[in-house]
Design a protein around this ligand. Sequence first.
Ligand code: ADP
Ligand code: MG
Length: 697
Amino acid sequence: MSFFRLDKPVQFLKGVGPVRAEALGRMGIVTARDLLYHVPRRYDDASTIQSIAEVEIGTDATVVGRVRSTGVIPTRKGLRIFQAVLKDHSGMITCAWPGQPWLERKLQKGDLLLATGPVKFFHGRQLRPREFSILGRNLDDTTGEESEIGHIFATYPASEEVPQWVLRGLFKKNLDLLLSNVIEEEYLSADEQRVYSLPSLPESLGVLHRPTSLEGVEEARRRLAYDELFFLQLVQARARYRETIQKQGIVFGRTDELIRPLHEALPFRLTTAQARVLREIYSDMGSSRRMNRLLQGDVGSGKTVVALFSMLLAVEAGYQAVLMAPTELLAEQHARSMRKLMEPLGIEVYVLTGQLAAPDRRETLSALREGTATLVVGTQALIQKNVEFRKLGMVVVDEQHRFGVRQRMVFGDRENPPDILIMSATPIPRSLAMALYGDLDLSVLDEMPKGRKPIRTFLRYPNERKDVYQFVEEELKKGHQAYVVYPLVAESDKMDMRSATEGYERLTEATFGHRRVGLLHGQLSSEIKDQVMRGFLAGEIDVLVATTVIEVGIDVPNASVMVIEHAERFGLSQLHQLRGRVGRGATESHCILIADPGEVAAERLKIFCNTSDGFAVARADLRLRGQGDLFGAQQHGRDPVLRFADLSMDEELLMEAHNRARSVVNVDPDLQGEDMSLIKKLMDHRYAEKLKLFSVG
Ligand code: ADP
Ligand code: MG
């Protein structure tokens, strides 16, 4: 088996013995490549580092200097303070760490230290480092104090066992060798580098370890980000090729026999976005290419109608079409709204869920087998083994909010696989959609039907809770219903939170003692959940106290107000999904967030209050929270899929990677050409494991 030189264990490198190799291993650095890609997490230059002489009391400062002396000073109260005097070309300052006398064993005279923290007055200027790192030990470090001006200081992610200065020492000894070894992994030709304005791989890694300017660092990051995005898109482009291009799709002939009557019967005009998306879908369905499309649209943007028209095209052409929903309740809801439109046209909508009584089930199954059932709505029950279709042509999968969870290409292994349309109610930024679903073609409903009343969103503090519930009571008096949402199911030891259960008890005891209050959370059995939801739907419950389980597309138009407790605990996209449960009827609706005043999150929540566009909310969320958990960064022991790419700012780069991956695959899907051999090798050896989640089948 061939492999790259950088696959060798770190122990082959200079300065790495068995003990250090183990310590590095505990940081996730096992191979030489792991070390090379272990790049600094922070860079400081003249724009952040001050000369020591300029540091002022009452400010926050970052300085770099050599340790001239150290010592532990006891105070009268018995607190021991570690102190170090730092010197750079301009002067000296004392750094003090109260209560950390053990630092005496870590910091030595002669160490080159980077320190950031507030500057206090205490026998002169005293810096209290919030963060510090030892950039170098005196012994072999030749960085003179004078040459530190204009220098950039990089801080590596380090550990107790492998401190900053050890890492720096390792790079000093090995970086040139590592860089010369990475040359064999450069898969972008000089021309391509120019076209994408990306530096070469050795150049980029060199700059990240030996920065000369922050601009250079950013360019280098972009290069490594491109690599991640390109290989991710390549995996997806190949999946798309297998599912979409390689498999012959059905060419649906349009007769307008059903589509036209539906247009005429529709009580509203399609939005421009709906019309555009339908053109995209019709064009896919009319071609011999198999459709594999993601339909994205905010809650209420009218995805169901789009799905229905697409299904009718299949039915017109003599095929069966199904819509698969994530829950029974949602399946029934879809069936209800479709029946309203289909009954006048004399088309029956069939339902297949797990709850169907045996005789009904038998009847439906035989209608599917014989082909008399043309429009079918259901749950996972639709993909059980015993379900047979006579001529299945089109499958719509309603994923609701579960984006990120890969929907397997259901029905894909049949002889004549149907066209697929996946609907997602989570308005995610285009870059995120591309990264998560790059193997699907994308249609976006970015426009709401006219005449929607906006949901008014407010932020309130806990001490205003009484007024908030007073307001809810007024809505209830008008005959409306309300949601109260809590972040946790049961009380946790760590956090002082009102769990849904606790909240339910309090609300039923006092505030809404005279009201019918229901409780809904994930720990309840699905029968009970169903029962509660049906009660709320039927208006038998006034106030529904719930956790996020109500997120999924439940439609109760009479609910006009939602209170979200501990709103700071939710992500903005999640809040938006929750908020979408109200504002579904004719009256003006309200969403009231209750959050602690001290929360830094308040700024975030204010953005949310002022933004009703789900895509804008999602972009803000991505910018503020990052993409971490979506790509496995939080999963233990997994190299995160995206370490360098940041989807909130790298959209353009992603598009380039996406387009290049698709054109590569269109020409050479199995990457068998001579010019693809390095890409294939990198893919198999470097990225396969990491990108497993994204490869289908
Ligand atoms: P989604 O599934 O995208 O959340 P739905 O398809 O459930 O949204 O549509 C929400 C509501 O809007 C439904 O009552 C639907 O009948 C209505 N609707 C859909 N399209 C339009 C339109 N173009 N104009 C007016 N109302 C529409
Ligand atoms: Mg819907």
